[in-house]
Design a protein around this ligand. Structure first.
Ligand code: 5GP
Ligand code: ZN
Length: 120
């Protein structure tokens, strides 16, 4: 059971962080929670979310800067623990046109195979 800041009872990921909806945890600290995606798009597909409910990267406020930096700083350790020594992709979809389906900020860590296509 984790404390969710700005808890939104309607939010799937807030309920996952709280432990009310089960998930497969791969990492947790006081600020963030990481768990396996239920529909993996690659051999490794982990979602990293802040424990604070923030709807998306587009809603990040200046006071959230340290929180977002913290999440970016823990991603390499999660990737290493998942065996992604040869590289991986980090994605955060934003809004309907960005393909976001869960409105709680999350970073996808995708890897474990050579990923098709370039995104930039
Ligand atoms: P988005 O489409 O918003 O960028 O990413 C949402 C992700 O959450 C999707 O990859 C989807 O498979 C994953 N997802 C949706 N519902 C659940 C769930 O109940 N549990 C887990 N572990 N992942 C979920
Ligand atoms: Zn939420």
């Amino acid at each position: 059971m984790s404390e969710v800041i700005n808890y939104d009872s309607e939010c799937l990921f807030c309920n996952i962080i709280k432990g009310d909806i089960p998930s497969t945890k791969v990492y947790e600290d006081e600020l963030c929670y990481a768990f396996r995606d239920i529909a993996p798009q690659a051999p490794v597909h982990v979602l990293v979310v802040p424990k604070k409910h923030i709807p998306s990267l587009d809603a990040v406020a200046p006071e959230d800067g340290a929180l977002v930096t913290h999440i970016l700083a823990v991603i390499p350790g999660i990737a290493a623990a998942e065996g992604l020594q040869n590289g991986y992709r980090v994605v955060s979809n934003i809004g309907p046109d960005g393909g976001q389906t869960v409105p709680h900020l999350h970073f996808h860590i995708i890897g474990g195979t050579s990923l098709a296509g370039r995104m930039a």
